[in-house]
Design a binder for this molecule. Structure first.
Ligand SMILES: [Zn+2]
Length: 860
């Protein structure tokens, strides 16, 4: 017996037991996935669906061909649906469907090629399924589309639902003749199936993961754009609204495709690329290979957009496009490496945009849209590493969040800084080349970087990928005779003080009216002296993360902080100014800086702030501080000045983008009768924002704000808007607006709705969660906090990926009291819940913990 045979023997011996365990386990466990990947290869699916308008199910048939090296019992994954006739290798076979698995018995299987044919039906519904129905309330049209990530392909058809069993899919969809069907492959043929239906057959795909298969069917229109540009589809009733957005959408897609093909040195990996706009899609976008779905609302703005909103949409388009290489061409072996696709797609989207829009300060935007969100989660005791342990795919939904979408891109920016842009690019090229149309893990990527750079990255990867938390970097400095005598960097870990990270950063020494000095520094231990600083003229302040290359909490030392607070409003360097405002806000959240001082500082700076996104984030922080961190008395004392400022800037600012930003701020802040009166005037047309026409969501947001404040005119205003806007989206926004009513019966009704999967579409519920938990109604909603926590296991099972996070955010952040905080922590102490849910609660309650701490430290 040689070594290989021995290993095989032991492995086979273990399988009977493993399979018995897997049958008892719902979902797809890592053990099951490993076992299957070890003996299954060359998977091909011939898959057909018949879509019937209005029917609660679709009928389907699948022929699965694959090669087996061992014939012990084999599990296929299939949940929710029903199975009809099953043939295994030509013989009709009984199968058992239990706990989401179809068990295939060894007697019917053989080594080498196998073929299984299964007839099945799967459910179609507005929510809680993998095959979704969208009923267009504008024109009565019906749309059916799939959304399988992370493991819902097996809710639609029997399959091996794990990312590393890539397969070639040949899909046929029979649907009403007036429908258009889009899928991953190009259309091969469309033929009449009967008098009313036609059958669309798609070309076989390259090997792709099950979660990347998709189709969308319905009376879609292919939008007429310039010849040779990528195709975009929209529902019939939205086609007209989509037309003005089409040129930019196509342009950014076409430029992005060229950019990535060149950067990755890999041509676009699939035969075609379509974009389909899906109303109410659960995510902003989903990167199905060759057929990206984008949420219609993320593309066709329901509220008047600013320049930054449009750039954010470009980022979304580029993110999904980058996935065609990072995620679709090379796929993570398991969802523990989700960051491999999400972190890169996000980082690469900014990389591409920076090359297209060099004047847009793209890396400042990168900071604004990723870092604060990442730090807010990474500093909590619920944070996970970038690499996340996922024992079963049914826990994979919990892997989605700020760590993979915001921290991972931040860590990659740091890595690109450490390796240098060229080495970074060459490492990616090597990785994509070596694993094309296959799966890979994070260490494959690290090895690629190590090979091109000849640097060991094991310490870097251990700290940044395998360990949770982040560094806090402190600077101490002293001058003598107007020269820097010493400048020291030190770090401590958050939340574990003992942890250390390898760091590279750029330090800025600021002199006010003279040119600043910028120094590169690495920090590989607990602390180090920055020798290059010695002898430089004594600065007025020091900031250690200039240009945001490093990832971590960078607070200002006391002397620097006072100087920055004196001068921040007039600092000319926009990127630095943005970073310093961010750093000061971290000090507020650390309960070190009085929130009132931040509010007052912002009040002085905001009327002169000309940068749209900085103004927007300052206003958001002011709103948070007013509502959560200071007392009601202080809020009511400071608020009127902001209402006045918002109303003035909204009408008088020179910049259209700033007028929109201030309009939204007024909407968010208005609380006094004067402020609310202005919201009413905006709705009635007595007051307007010069240069923009309010869109439907702008109007509904105004209505929702008025309802949330329990204004006596609210019922009449609601009814008038309801009359005015009878569109399908209008119904959704009206539903959400009603959730803001300060009324116990109404809250009870809404909450009951949330727990039913047959109630309203998921995006309706999601839209209403924040109004339900309006900041000024915490007493009314406190009784639902416990109920919302109790419902988490159900939410995790029934809802799409981001719903759970939004749910927790809305219910926990609707509170600010010690009592609410204690309730959540008592729940954590007592409840027996899955680890991933526990971590999500810990992540979310951190902001409530901070709120209580800030209010305690600064009782004003
Ligand atoms: Zn993504």
């Amino acid at each position: 017996m040689n070594w290989t045979a021995l290993v095989l023997f032991i492995f086979v011996g273990g399988i009977g037991c493993a399979l018995a365990q897997d049958q008892d386990v719902e979902g797809v466990s890592r053990r099951l996935a490993r076992e299957r990947a070890g003996r299954i290869s060359d998977v091909r699916y011939d898959l057909s669906f018949t879509l019937t308008p209005g029917a609660p199910t679709v009928a389907g048939e699948v022929r699965i061909r694959f090669s087996l090296t061992r014939t012990n019992p084999l599990l296929l994954d299939f949940r929710q649906g029903r199975v009809g006739a099953v043939q295994i290798n030509g013989v009709t076979s009984p199968v058992v469907l239990e706990r989401g698995h179809l068990e295939l018995f060894p007697a019917s299987l053989k080594r080498g090629e196998n073929e299984i044919r299964i007839e099945f039906t799967s459910p179609v519904a507005a929510a809680g399924t993998a095959i979704h129905r969208f009923q267009d309330r504008d024109d009565g049209g019906e749309y059916i589309y799939t959304l399988f990530v992370p493991m819902d392909a097996s809710m639609a058809f029997p399959c091996f639902d794990q990312p590393d069993l890539k397969a070639r899919f040949k899909l046929a969809v029979t649907a009403p003749r007036s429908w258009t069907v889009v899928s991953n492959g190009p259309v091969e043929s469309v033929a009449e199936a009967d008098a009313e239906q036609s059958r669309t057959v798609f070309g076989e795909t390259q090997p792709i993961s099950t979660y990347l298969l998709a189709f969308a069917a319905g009376p879609f229109r292919k939008l007429e754009g310039a010849p040779g540009m990528p195709s975009v589809y929209a529902r019939a009733s939205a086609a007209e609204r989509a037309a003005p957005e089409l040129p930019r959408l196509q342009e950014i897609t076409a430029r992005g495709t060229r950019y990535f093909a060149d950067y990755f040195a890999q041509p676009f990996p699939f035969p075609k690329y379509d974009t389909v706009l899906i109303p109410g899609l659960a995510y902003s976008g989903m990167e199905h290979a060759g057929a990206t779905f984008l949420r219609e609302e993320a593309v066709l703005f329901r509220a008047a957009p600013t320049r930054s909103d449009r750039l954010r949409r470009d980022i979304l388009v580029l993110h999904e496009l980058a996935h065609q290489w990072f995620g679709d061409l090379v796929t993570m072996r398991w969802f523990d490496d989700l960051w491999l696709k999400e972190g890169f797609a996000q980082y690469m989207a900014f990389h591409a945009l920076d090359s297209f829009e060099p004047g847009e300060n793209v890396w400042k935007r990168f900071y604004e849209s990723t870092k604060p969100a990442a730090y807010a989660i990474d500093a909590t005791s619920g944070a996970t590493p970038i690499y996340q342990d996922i024992p079963n795919l049914q826990d994979a939904k919990s892997a989605y969040g700020a760590i993979v979408y915001s921290k991972a891109p931040g860590a990659l920016k740091q890595l690109a800084y450490v390796l240098g842009e060229e080495m970074f690019r060459d490492g990616l090229r090597l990785y994509l080349e070596e694993h094309a149309y296959a799966s890979a893990e994070w260490n494959d990527l690290m090895r690629a970087f190590e090979r091109v750079s000849r640097h060991s990255l094991s310490a870097w990867a251990d700290a940044w990928i395998r360990r949770r938390g982040m560094p806090q970097v402190d600077v101490t400095w002293a001058c003598r005779d107007d020269r820097v005598e010493r400048l020291t960097l030190s770090q401590r870990g958050i939340p574990n003080a003992g942890d250390q990270w390898p760091l590279a950063m750029q330090i800025v020494l600021d002199y006010g009216d003279q040119e600043p000095v910028r120094l590169h520094a690495g920090l590989n231990g607990r602390s180090m002296n920055v020798g290059a600083a010695a002898g430089k003229p004594c600065p007025r302040f020091v900031f250690a993360n200039d240009q945001d290359f490093a990832y971590g909490r960078f607070l200002l030392d006391d002397r620097s902080r006072e100087e920055v607070m004196r001068r921040i409003a007039t600092m000319p360097d926009l990127f630095l100014r943005t970073l310093l405002w961010g750093s000061l806000w971290e000090s507020v959240r650390e309960a070190q800086l009085d929130p009132r001082r931040y509010i007052e500082l912002a009040a002085g700076a905001l009327p002169h702030e000309t940068d749209e996104t900085l103004a927007r984030s300052l206003l958001a922080r002011v709103t948070t501080a007013l509502r959560r961190y200071v007392s009601d008395e202080t809020r009511l004392q400071l608020l009127p000045a902001f209402e006045t400022m918002a109303a003035e800037q909204m009408t008088q600012s020179d910049s259209l983008d700033l007028r929109i930003v201030w309009f939204r701020a007024l909407q968010d802040l208005a609380e006094t009768p004067v402020g609310l009166g202005q919201l009413k005037n905006l709705l009635s047309g007595r007051l307007w924002v010069p240069g923009i026409e309010l869109r439907m969501l702008d109007r509904w947001n105004l209505v929702t704000a008025i309802i949330a404040m329990d204004d006596p005119d609210a019922p009449a205003i609601f009814n008038a808007e309801r009359e005015r806007d009878s569109s399908g989206d209008g119904l959704k926004y009206a539903y959400a607006a009603l959730a803001a009513r300060a009324d116990a019966d109404s809250k009870a009704q809404f909450f009951a709705d949330y727990l039913r999967t047959d109630s309203n579409p998921e995006d309706w519920l999601e839209q209403s969660l924040r109004p339900f938990n309006s900041w000024n109604q915490s007493e009314l909603t406190l009784p639902y906090l416990q109920k919302a926590l109790d419902a988490l296991p159900q939410i995790k099972t029934d809802r799409k990926i981001f719903f759970l996070e939004n749910w927790l955010d809305a219910f926990i952040h609707g509170q600010r009291s010690q009592e609410a905080r204690d309730q959540v922590h008592r729940y954590l102490d007592d409840a027996r819940i899955d680890r991933d849910l526990r971590l999500k609660i810990l992540e979310t309650v951190d902001e409530l913990d901070r709120t209580v701490a800030v209010r305690h430290n600064f009782p004003d």
